[in-house]
Structure formats: structure tokens, C-alpha cells
Design a binder for this molecule. Structure first.
Ligand SMILES: [Zn+2]
Length: 69
């Protein structure tokens, strides 16, 4: 799945394996759990990566997941 920073000035994005999420967890529930490691903004736009190659992951960037969200 693709995780995008919701701050368009930042535009950080990362590709993650969706396997770590349970099937009953909706994307709208996952997004708020992310914090952008590039700009620190909380929340992200999460999408399933149906279209590989449109926009790949950016090296050296990523997201950490809030454990208490
Ligand atoms: Zn960001």
C-alpha cells in the first residue's frame, strides 16, 4: 500500500506491505496512525497500490506508526 503525507508541501510517500494490517482494518483507520518522518505531520493518505510505477517510494524517507493512536 502507498502512504502519502497529507501536506502537499512535503509530499513524502512510502510503500508499505499491507500484510501487517488485519483485514478488518480500513484504510481510513490506518491513515491517522501514521506520522510523517519528513515533516512530522500526523495522519497520512493511505491507498492500496493498484498502480505500481506511477510514483515509487522515496529512499531514506518513511513513516513511523503511532502505538497509542
Ligand atoms: Zn510530510
Amino acid at each position: 500500500m502507498l502512504v502519502y503525507c497529507t501536506d502537499y508541501h512535503c509530499s513524502n510517500s512510502v510503500t508499505l506491505m499491507a500484510d501487517q494490517w488485519s483485514d478488518d482494518l480500513r484504510l481510513s483507520d490506518i491513515g491517522p496512525r501514521f506520522v510523517c518522518t519528513a515533516c512530522g505531520k500526523r495522519g497520512a493518505d493511505v491507498r492500496l497500490n493498484f498502480n505500481w510505477g506511477i510514483r515509487g517510494p522515496i529512499g531514506g524517507m518513511g513513516y513511523r506508526v503511532l502505538s497509542d493512536a
